[in-house]
Design a protein around this ligand. Structure first.
Ligand code: 5GP
Ligand code: MG
Length: 176
């Protein structure tokens, strides 16, 4: 029987706040006046997206897509599926994907391919965190928040079996 996993802090509220502010400034510089469509990948990106758009003081729209890559627990299944699609038409739109974490890259690579077929005017990726040491397929990240080590992260929207999303900081889990 495993003991309860321990939570170790990785990114503080202050670091997250500064990162969200920096990313919002970069996005504002590039998208002001373009009425972009921000597509959040559910569920993990919901807090990040909510905080980010409060810094964007120009017209934009928001939609969500739900993909499955991880099953229960922590290992990727390697196969990505659209569980809930977007409602908006993206043809000719400036589209910005908002992700919580790029890990193997399979999810974002799949989504970029899926959305590109719908002919947006532009398609870019913003992610709060990145685990580059885990990459299996190449992914171009246009707006990168924080680089994380090869650990399983929870908090600030990220879960482990649906728990810990409500933590205001990002932690890594360590089994004892
Ligand atoms: P990828 O397809 O790049 O391997 O993984 C992308 C998705 O897996 C992310 O959107 C995220 O939902 C989930 N994921 C990857 N690494 C972590 C992690 O460390 N913690 C949590 N909670 N989810 C992760
Ligand atoms: Mg996700």
């Amino acid at each position: 029987m495993n003991a309860e996993p321990e939570l170790h802090i990785l990114f503080t509220k202050k670091e997250i706040k500064a990162t969200v502010g920096r990313l919002a400034a970069e996005i504002s510089r590039d998208y002001r006046g373009k009425n972009p469509l921000l597509i959040g990948i559910l569920k993990g990106s919901f807090l990040f997206l909510a905080d980010l758009i409060r810094h964007l003081d120009f017209p934009l729209e928001v939609d969500f897509i739900r993909l499955s890559s991880y099953g229960k627990g922590k290992e990727t299944l390697g196969k990505v599926k659209v569980v809930q699609g977007i409602k908006s038409s993206i043809q000719g739109r400036e589209v910005l994907i908002i992700e919580d974490i790029v890990d193997t890259g399979l999810t974002t690579a799949f989504l970029i391919d899926y959305l590109r077929k719908k002919k947006p005017a532009s398609l870019k990726l913003c992610t709060l965190t990145d685990k580059p040491s885990r990459r299996q397929v190449p992914v171009t990240i246009d707006y990168l928040g924080l680089t994380a080590p090869n650990k399983f992260l929870v908090g600030y929207g990220l879960d482990c079996d649906e728990k810990f999303r409500n933590l205001p900081e990002v932690y890594y889990l360590e089994e004892n």
